[in-house]
Design a protein around this ligand. Sequence first.
Ligand code: SF4
Length: 360
Amino acid sequence: MKPDALYRWYDRNHRVLPWRETNDPYCIWVSEIILQQTRVAQGMDYYMRFVRRFPDLRSLAEAAEDEVLVYWQGLGYYSRARNLYRAARLLCEETGKMPTTYEGLRRMPGVGDYTAGAIASFAYNLPYPALDGNVYRVLSRLFDCDTVFDTSSGKRYFHSLAEQILDRENPRLFNSAVMELGALQCVPSQPDCSACPLLSQCKAYSAGTVAFLPLRKPRPSLRDRFLNYTIYISGSDTLLYQRREKDIWQHLWEFPLLETSSFPPLDGVAGGPSEDSMNGTKSTLALRDGTIYKEYIHVLSHQRLHARFVIRRVSSLEPVVRELSSSLPLLRIVPLSDLSSYALSRLTQKAVEELQLANL
Ligand code: SF4
């Protein structure tokens, strides 16, 4: 592939992103982990706040894990934050520095081929490809590939393709430009190919197959789960427990939970539920006894979570703790005004905000 036209396009069109303006491998690592499941617009604020509070490996390694999770709150996929923290602690026990080789980077917890290639090329200008979703799409179209990209054999195939076309003189610029082309120009739906710097080299454009690429494996069907949260309130206090089991949101805090195979009926609903399809909120209603409840549908990659939050006012929380402690051993009585200092699951955070619990 001849990259000159691509580089000219990149020069004129690329976005100014803080993690592309630095060669600091730590900052690049943090940005790449944040952006793994997060759009740039949303990730920017998180990145800025994260590197302001944890500007280097040591400050991250010396923090409490709970604080790191609080800075991650709202981004989801918390295993990314836990791996960042674990890697920082491991590195500080060894050299105190980020690895300087692809192999060393690849050994860090949570760092796969893509992230190692991105850090190696962006920080050290080492000749390794970095294949994110945007790059898979560009390559798939450029070479009119009928190979499914999201399987292990597909990934190996595209990786070797990327190695063949990599500009070994300037891998940092090459990877940045291909990624940006995928983000801004070679977009998933109806790309404006007439304005593309790679038009003359694009086989999918010549073959008329752009709209069908890239090919991905069929998505698994979603598993439905029904989560019944009770927000016990006594005076200005409530109850939280920490999830410990190997499941979604491990180590995050939530209101006491009972999982059921479907939602039990709620008696005395004063009004019919309405659905807000934008945020998956189904309803916020008062029961006839004055109890407030709110329902959400929250979709993860393999699961559809139906969550119901019900507020129950009680005279004292201690009997509730005694009753629930066998099933939820990590219960804690927490002032409502302190909820923001706990690493809450995204769903719980949403309920806290929308039910305005801090103001109750
Ligand atoms: S010509 Fe169209 S399909 Fe091909 S790389 Fe450019 S934007 Fe993508």
